[in-house]
Design a protein around this ligand. Structure first.
Ligand code: URA
Length: 438
């Protein structure tokens, strides 16, 4: 077998066998197949796609390129969630303790920021002392003793994906649905949970700009998960404006805590109830999403979800006092108010622009080894549909570098769009895709 022949085969639209896929991924990881051949294969997949059989085999070959997490030491059906990446997405910080408090063990591996989107691990590190690097033993022990652990992905989980992603990033092959689906699902399968809930974001702030593309990606991932015996459900959610009001590491953790105290913004809570009730359903804890939502409400109102977050912070070495003393989070020295440039209604807040603006003041990385300013971010006081008067404060920017903040605040001001009529609200949830929909 030769890589050259396999590239030609895929280029010509033929189906690769399991052996051929294993040979290719294995050869790529060992260095026998060159990066330029991998680029040619990625481009062939970009244009020709993959059958669902190829997609499953490609995903498993990626999983087998590194270590996998064995969660059999934790009893019960373990649930995991994944977001395809958004701005202001603090869902894991809420859902991991909330769903654990509702009785489903959560052993979650999360990532750092990517592009204009933030990462859960960076956000959690704004809690003083909070450890995101856990040994395998500690990770499993925490889930066994308190029901939840959220840790950074180990470096040897799906090494083929790291290599392939780096090539895709520079060869125009990131936005290929089979390559994204297998990249995400290989990491979820390797992380070992039984039930997988995928939050597939769509809109200006997401990788998938249209609902149609988001549906295709969701279906590809549900197909992979189902074929590999994981109970997989995808939710297609709106990312045309940032989620909630806070964007930036510590600001987002504070918003998540507020939400667990029952004071979460409407869009965030709607998404939480949808994702959470699907997690409870997929793991068999409840029989329907309605029952799941009722259990979530009870868990929130009793204070059990907040208590679980506190336990998780303690178990991972963080200071639990942050829950009642937000001043313990890293504090920005400077604050800039951004005001409305028109009278009317907010008709759009370009999420990607907001993400990029806060990145320039240190909330995200330009280079892989950049150190974040965990206090930097923006609080959006006005969201789409809100009435505004010219000059009224629409957002508050927090940071430590006034010059950069001035540039970022102008960018945020321009990301707000206005209309004279109240805009028709877009749905927060477009669809829920289960194996029955395939
Ligand atoms: N996120 C991933 O993990 N992989 C992709 O290919 C795109 C987004």
């Amino acid at each position: 077998m030769q890589a050259y022949e396999l590239i030609i085969k895929k280029r010509d639209g033929l189906e690769l066998t399991r052996e051929e896929i294993n040979f290719f991924i294995h050869g790529f990881c060992s260095g026998e197949i060159t990066d330029y051949q991998v680029s040619a294969m990625a481009m062939s997949i970009f244009f020709r796609g993959m059958t669902s059989r190829e997609l499953g085999d490609w995903t498993m070959a990626m999983v087998n390129s590194g270590e996998t997490i064995d969660l059999r030491g934790i009893s019960g059906v373990k649930a995991d969630k994944h977001s395809t990446g958004g701005v202001g997405d603090k869902t894991t910080i809420l859902l991991a303790p909330w769903i654990a408090a509702a009785g489903v063990p959560i052993a979650k591996m999360s990532g750092r920021g990517l592009g204009h989107t933030g990462g859960t691990i960076d956000k959690l590190e704004s809690i003083p002392g909070f450890q995101t690097t856990l040994t395998r033993e500690k990770f499993i022990n925490n889930v066994n003793s308190i029901g939840v652990a959220v840790a950074g992905q180990t470096s040897n989980l799906v090494p083929a994906d790291k290599k392939l992603y780096a090539i895709r990033d520079v060869t125009g092959t990131v936005d290929s649905i089979p390559l994204i689906a297998s990249s995400i699902m290989s990491k979820k399968i390797a992380a070992g949970s039984d039930a997988i809930i995928l939050d597939v974001k769509t809109g200006s702030g997401a990788f998938m700009k249209t609902v149609d593309d988001a549906k295709k990606l969701a279906e590809a991932m549900v197909t992979i998960g189902t074929n590999l015996n994981r109970n997989t459900i995808a939710v297609i959610s709106n990312m045309n404006q940032p989620l909630g009001n806070a964007v930036g590491n510590s600001l987002e953790v504070i918003e998540a805590i507020e939400a667990l105290k029952g004071r979460g913004p409407e869009d965030l809570m709607k998404l939480m109830y949808t994702l959470g009730s699907q997690m409870l359903t997929a793991s068999g804890r409840v029989c329907s999403s309605e029952e799941g939502a009722a259990l979530m409400k009870q868990t929130l109102e009793s204070g059990a979800a907040l208590k679980k977050l506190k336990e998780m912070i303690v178990a991972q070495g963080g200071n639990p006092e942050v829950i009642d003393h937000y001043e313990l989070f890293p504090q920005a020295k400077d604050v800039l108010e951004i005001s409305a440039s028109e009278n009317g209604y907010v008709s759009d807040i370009m999420a990607q622009e907001i993400g990029l603006a806060v990145k320039t003041i240190g909330a995200g990385r330009e280079k892989i080894d950049d150190i974040l300013d965990l206090s930097a971010g923006v609080y959006l006081k006005k969201k789409v549909g809100d009435a505004v008067k010219k000059g009224e404060t629409i957002a508050v920017l927090y940071g430590n570098d006034r010059e950069k903040m001035q540039v970022a605040s102008a960018r945020i001001g321009q990301a707000y769009k206005y209309s004279s009529d109240k805009p028709v609200p877009l749905p927060m949830i477009y669809a829920v895709i289960t194996k029955g929909d395939l």
